[in-house]
Write a protein that binds this ligand. Structure first.
Ligand code: MN
Length: 257
């Protein structure tokens, strides 16, 4: 069965960042059945779960959240789109030299404590798609950003949009990269797909020009959001705690989100 096509609807979930308690609560609230023996939720009504990426880092339970999302994928109930944090974890797991910052340090400690095999982690994360086209092309799900025709671009361009969102190349006075507001610049027609993405935390779901930004900063004390497609219904649970401080507030450098 092609889970990209054969679903009656998709529940797209924003950046979880190790917030396992909120993620499981949100899945319950969406009406999906917890199957304790398998450690997964069986989606209700022939729906599928889509993780918009950034399953790990910063939060308290990246090990559990990783294993859960992996099992949702392997059981055929879920699709996990690669986020920049997932990609960095992949590069760490396969033995590359990466700076363990922006919460990866916490994930590494949790993975080691849980006894995860780095080789297996890398093998799995390598399989994650960078972008998805669902519902006959009416919906694109990507972690950071998308534009029409991007799939035909070079891997470098595709990677920078899908994982990080485009930047001008300049650096702002606070040390953050100068991001292009691709959402407000987007030109849409009747034929344009909807784009659902995460990466950039907003106080509320940002809907503009047939895009929906659904990272509502759970790990920063906000909310975890699900967007139901095609109903466009928003379901949320509040964060139980502020688990980390946003990098802009902390004055960290580099692209994160
Ligand atoms: Mn994120």
């Amino acid at each position: 069965m092609d889970i990209k096509k054969d679903a009656k609807g998709w529940d797209i979930l924003g950046d979880a960042h190790g917030c396992w308690l909120e993620l499981s609560e949100l899945m319950d609230k969406l009406g999906h059945r917890w199957e304790k023996s398998k450690g997964i939720h069986v989606p209700a009504d022939g729906r599928r779960i889509v993780f918009v990426g950034d399953i790990m880092d910063r939060g308290p339970y990246s090990d559990t959240t990783y294993m859960y999302a992996k099992m949702m994928v392997e059981s055929g109930h879920g699709i996990w789109v690669m986020g920049n944090h997932d990609n960095k974890c992949y590069r760490w797991a396969k033995g590359n030299s990466v700076v363990k910052s922006h919460g990866l340090d916490r994930t590494v400690r949790q993975f080691e404590r849980a006894g995860y095999d780095n080789g297996k982690v890398a093998e799995f994360l390598k399989t994650l798609p960078w972008h998805l086209s669902l519902d006959g092309g009416k919906l694109v799900v990507v972690h950071a950003a998308w534009r029409d025709g991007l799939e035909a671009e070079s891997p470098g361009v595709l990677r920078s949009w899908c994982l990080y969102a485009p930047c001008t190349g300049k650096t702002l006075p606070n040390g953050m990269p100068d991001r292009i507001d691709w959402v407000s610049q987007r030109q849409v027609t009747e034929a344009s797909p909807w784009i659902v993405y995460g990466h950039q935390p907003y106080d509320e779901v940002r809907i503009l020009n047939k895009t929906a930004g659904i990272d509502t900063g759970c790990v920063f004390g906000g909310k975890l959001t699900a967007l139901r497609w095609p109903e466009m219904e928003i379901v949320q649970v509040p964060a139980k705690e502020r688990y980390d401080e946003h990098p802009v507030l902390r004055g960290e450098e580099g692209q994160d989100g």
